[in-house]
Design a protein around this ligand. Structure first.
Ligand code: 15L
Length: 267
């Protein structure tokens, strides 16, 4: 059987770094791409390193060559000026999807975010939690860009038959650090499980789903993720005693909902 080549953008970012060791598989080559420098491959690691911006069309055309699946984690990961969000997150994703389409990449996973629906009230959907594909209610320009990324994915699926799964990622860090994250934490191991499900499921079509762990204090639905075979094995609750007490916010986006619009967020 031939090797599977998976292109991961944003590989030097928080989630990208957490995924690198977790997505290594026999028979799989990870093509890791970022504007920032990446650690070179260590012995036995089937890894190709590409230093490039997703806004560079020629570089993306080269990066998408011979790729079986694309995991797009790249871009600005928090609030910034409208110009920067537009250029990097929206235009950059368009440039990348165009390159993927031209190269015939059949399967794409797009990192969306809880901030695409940040102004949805916690609990508004009742005990089953907010569905994975609820209509966008962005909390920032960053959140708008995630809604736009989901829309671009939908367009590329409908026009070109590309399989596109958009993940509304909660808080993907080593551990939750505030009360809101106890509800929307995505453990790194669960993130890798979810990505493996996205890579393995047959004919996913176009989907939008939540990327969170099976947290005791869940506020969003795992139904759509479970439909593609995701099974969470983690729960933020085991860290609850270490999380400083505080108010659970009114909205899913938490502090993003109050952050000054269009101002680079230092967090
Ligand atoms: C995100 O979308 C950000 O990329 C990440 O840095 C966190 O802020 C996360 O959301 C969150 O809401 O915790």
């Amino acid at each position: 059987m031939s090797e599977q080549r998976v292109l991961i953008t944003g590989a030097a970012g928080i989630v990208g770094k957490l995924m690198r060791p977790r997505l290594i598989r026999t028979g799989r080559v990870l093509r890791l791409l970022d504007v920032q420098p990446l650690e070179p491959a260590v012995a036995g690691e089937q890894v190709e390193i590409v230093t490039a911006s997703i806004t560079d069309a020629d570089a993306m055309a080269a990066a998408c060559r011979d790729v079986d699946a694309l995991i797009h984690l790249g871009g600005i990961s928090r609030e910034d000026t409208w110009e920067r969000i537009l250029e990097v997150n929206i235009d950059g994703t368009h440039t990348l999807l165009e390159a993927a389409r031209a190269a015939g990449v059949p399967r794409v996973v797009l990192a969306s975010s809880n901030h695409a629906v940040g102004f949805r009230r916690i609990g508004e959907a009742g005990p089953d939690g907010l569905p994975g594909d609820s209509a966008p209610r962005p909390d920032t320009y960053y959140g708008v860009s995630k809604a736009a990324i989901e829309a671009l994915g939908s367009l590329y699926h409908s026009r070109f038959g590309m399989d596109v799964t958009c993940l509304r990622i909660g808080s993907c860090f080593e551990r939750p650090t505030d009360p809101r994250q106890l509800s929307i934490w995505l453990s790194p191991d669960d993130c890798a499980r979810l990505l493996e499900a996205c890579l393995a499921t047959e004919k996913p079509g176009y989907r939008v789903l939540w990327g969170v762990s099976a947290n005791t204090r869940a506020i969003v639905s795992l139904r759509e993720a479970e439909e593609i075979g995701y099974r969470s094995l983690d729960d933020a609750e085991r860290f609850a005693a270490d999380v400083p007490p505080g108010m659970v916010p009114e909205y899913i986006g938490g502090a993003f909902c109050d952050a000054p619009l269009g101002q680079p967020n230092p967090l």
